[in-house]
Every structure is written in C-alpha cells, then in structure tokens.
Design a protein around this ligand. Structure first.
Ligand SMILES: Cc1cc2nc3c(=O)[nH]c(=O)nc-3n(C[C@H](O)[C@H](O)[C@H](O)COP(=O)(O)O)c2cc1C
Length: 154
C-alpha cells in the first residue's frame, strides 16, 4: 500500500519562472530520493498538490511543505491508503491552468500533458476528479477527511 495525500494552498511568494523551475527541480530530485511522486497544480494563485509514496516519506514531506513560507492556508483535502499510485511515473508533474490558450504565469514551464491524460483516464477516481475539477476552476470536493466542500476562488 502507498499513502496518497492531496492538499490545497494559496501562493504567497511572488514566484518568478526561475523560482518555480528551481522549486520543481529541487522537488523532483528530493522526491526521487525518497520514493515520493505526484503532481503540483497552479490556478489563479492557488496550489493543489498530490503526494504519493511510502507513508513515512509522504508524511515527512507534507509536514515540511506545510511549513513552507512561500504559500499559506494549507488545507488537507484527502489522506488515504491505496494499492497503487495514480501517477507512478512522475516525481512531481506540473500543470498550470487555464489549460489551452489562457494567460499563464509560467509560460516557460511545460504543463505535463501525459500526466493530465492519466488523470483523464482515471475516470471517477475521487482524487483524479478533484485534480481535474481544480484545473477547470470548479468547486473541489474534499474526500477522505470528513467531506468538507471547498469552493475554488479568491
Ligand atoms: C507548493 C509547494 C510544493 C512543494 N513540493 C515539494 C515537493 O514535492 N518535494 C520537495 O522536496 N519539496 C517541495 N516543496 C519545497 C519544500 O517545502 C521544502 O522547501 C524543500 O523540500 C526543502 O526542504 P529543506 O529546506 O527542509 O531541505 C514545495 C514547496 C511548495 C511551496
């Protein structure tokens, strides 16, 4: 079994593209060493992140991320065990919405289209559905921690 965790937060630090590239590079290197993977999403100044991997590694990383002063209002949306990872091939995939031709903050950083396709193909999987809803700017239903409903927006 692996641990799968999803949280949402608000961007606090004014990331430049270089800052964001550095964050992703550091994350991917670090995650490769600890067996953690997942996906980081950004839309309208809000982050959503999926973390999955060995329980201790995911929990230690989440504790560290939650203290990171570059974001605020970290809200855990889901924490559960699952038999297999949703995104087995990614140390930390990236997507910024709106997808398509919308105005993005980080035009230089490639959205990971292959990871998005995996989310699409996961159909009714609750976590995949939450990530897709977040990217579309829809209300995001929390799952696994009491069913609170979070409305995406400022
Ligand atoms: C939105 C967000 C997502 C992050 N995701 C990761 C991640 O997946 N892996 C990682 O190692 N650090 C991630 N970080 C950075 C960590 O908070 C932390 O700065 C980094 O792990 C280095 O920790 P250390 O200085 O204690 O070694 C993220 C930070 C933010 C703001």
């Amino acid at each position: 079994m692996i641990r799968q965790l999803v949280y949402r937060s608000g961007q606090l630090h004014e990331f430049t593209a270089a800052d964001m590239i550095r964050l992703l590079q550091t994350s991917r290197t670090h995650n490769a060493g600890s067996g953690v993977g997942g996906m980081l999403l950004l839309r309208d100044g809000l982050f959503m992140q999926l973390l999955e991997g060995p329980m201790a590694a995911v929990e230690a990383l989440y504790a560290r991320i939650a203290q990171d002063p570059r974001h605020c209002g970290v809200q855990l949306l889901s924490r559960r065990e699952r038999a297999a990872r949703l995104l087995p091939d990614w140390r930390m995939a990236w997507a910024e919405a709106p997808l398509g031709d919308g105005a993005l903050d980080f035009v230089g950083i490639e959205t990971d289209r292959a990871a998005l396709r995996v989310l699409e193909d996961a159909g009714a999987d609750a976590v995949a559905a939450s990530l897709r809803a977040f990217l579309r700017g829809e209300a995001v239903e929390a799952c696994g921690v009491g069913g609170l409903r979070l409305v995406h927006g400022r």
